[in-house]
Design a protein around this ligand. Structure first.
Ligand code: FES
Length: 175
């Protein structure tokens, strides 16, 4: 997701390779976070929630609040003198390892804790031109509701361009 398309004030939901994720700005850790877009309570999409005054991701349904590590910080309905249920593992959200490179938020598509530090070893593909001020570019994000295989098949089929994109994309004139 290009950072320029994100808003630090509100979470954004995306479906990527079949995964529903939410991207949000964690002001406490000063970085973008990518979480499972499902609240561990009753599976409401966290992308419909908000960033609360303490910089936590708050579920829109019952107000559970989560920190940048996926840890539940608050269950508003839990009695103050009861057990600390917000600390239970089942109250945590899945966190995808993520990083920013070339102005894009990247994530590793697995929340298993064994991959927590994977991005220290495996980096996203680096495009040096995107960080070179002598180059100019436009970055945008487009949701395409079909699978990777269909997209690749389409990109490998340039013969369709002058017809399917007639008048939109420049291409060699048809004979
Ligand atoms: S579904 Fe998220 S707090 Fe209840």
């Amino acid at each position: 997701m290009p950072v320029c398309d994100l808003d630090k004030r509100a979470p954004v939901g995306k479906k990527v390779l079949g995964l529903d994720v939410v991207v949000w700005w964690d002001k406490n850790d000063n970085e973008w976070k990518v979480f499972d877009d499902r609240c561990p309570h009753r599976l409401a999409p966290l992308s419909e929630g908000r960033i609360d005054q303490r910089g936590r991701l708050q579920c829109v349904y019952h107000g559970w609040c989560f920190g940048g590590s996926g840890d539940c910080k608050l269950i508003p309905q839990a009695p103050l003198d009861g057990p600390p249920v917000h600390t239970f593992m089942k109250a945590c959200v899945g966190v995808y390892p993520s990083t920013v490179q070339n102005g894009i938020v990247w994530f590793w598509p697995n929340t298993d804790p064994q991959y927590k530090d994977i991005l220290t070893k495996k980096k996203p593909p680096y495009v040096p031109e995107l960080d070179d001020p002598s180059f100019s570019f436009t970055m945008f994000n487009r949701d395409i509701p079909y699978g990777y295989e269909v997209l690749i098949e389409n990109l490998m089929d340039p013969a369709h361009v002058p017809y399917a994109h007639h008048g939109i994309l420049q291409a060699t004139q048809p004979r």
